[in-house]
Design a protein around this ligand. Sequence first.
Ligand code: ARG
Length: 411
Amino acid sequence: MSNKVVLAYSGGLDTSVAIRWLKETYGYNVIAVTIDVGSEKDSSAVKEKALQVGAIKAIVVDAKKTFVNDYIFPALKAGAIYENIYPMATSLARPLIAKILTEVALKEEAIAIAHGCTGKGNDQVRFEVAINALAPKVKIVAPAREWGMTREETIQYAEKYSIPVPVKSGHAYSVDENIWGRSVECGVLEDPWIEPPAEVYAWTKSPAEAPDQPAYCEITFEKGVPVALDGKAMDGLELINALNELAGLHGVGRIDHVENRLVGIKSREIYEAPAAVTLLTAHQALEDMTLAKDQARFKLKVTHEFSDIIYNGLWFTANRLDLSAYVDSTQRLVSGTVRIKLSKGNCIVVGRKSPHSLYAHNLATYEKGDQFDQSSAAGFIYIFGLPVKTQATLQPLYDMTTEKQDKGNGK
Ligand code: ARG
């Protein structure tokens, strides 16, 4: 029987120790799989390290384009944002990583998939639920949840087996990053009263140090997907990279969030998501112009549900597929261009246009050319206000002479 295990390998301390620990504890041979969703790490160095630490094989998969087209854009179309503030870079990448792990596991005939998550976070849930959905028979091992070592003990373990420890003094942070954003927690950030020190940020300038001159950009969408920046057609990856650069330079996309984890803990995390914030803002502005009021109101409920689905690791579910079909249908006419002003940490919509706009100037205008029939408003208000008037007559709530609320007997 195979003793091969496929490990999601980041090159960090925990997953490096896991390679050795899986061998020592269970006699497993590790195939290290590193999935590039756009972190700044050098993937060939990560691959080398896996082999040096004892993996029997190391694979790097560039999944950036798939990430953009199959995960980020469906989430953008849905307006997905957790607790109104977090664009979910980390959450969105997990199902894709799990999918690639299962593909490799099947190909390599591995008996298990392993990940380096602890037992306190969301990511273990996301990985495991996604693997359950795609390969329900595959066994899952979570070394960092099992081994019960403190950070110090993990370092000692690494030293014992000559596993290189990335000692960056003063860097007590845990960082996860991909093209949709950067997530930072731990260290001083665990005190929610402390302002994040400057060193926490890597993608964004402090708004105070951002250029005095604002930057303008125009984002063109087709059916809810951004396809051009300043009139220049770009593929999704290129466009997101360009916006991370530009909006980051202007201090846009810093988020400080005390969030509700799925496992019941409140945690404080700092996010940097310049492109995500800009694109979500622009997309919303285009929907405001192209969706009817009832569509927009109902879609908001779906946005809410869709965001929880992503955060809670339920991407590969029938419910998510059904909601994606709904979301795609809402995007039929969400095409057009939005002009954004980026200035000192602010991302402001300053213009929007669409061939499918529902904004009718002849109805909205207070100038010449007004075609709205103001006289019909009187009849509308008579009927709309009728139940209020009737109730106020028969069951008065307020005594206007004393401004006191009536106690309910109508007297
Ligand atoms: N809290 C975020 C989420 O659950 C990010 C988790 C990973 N963060 C990190 N700094 N390693 O999606």
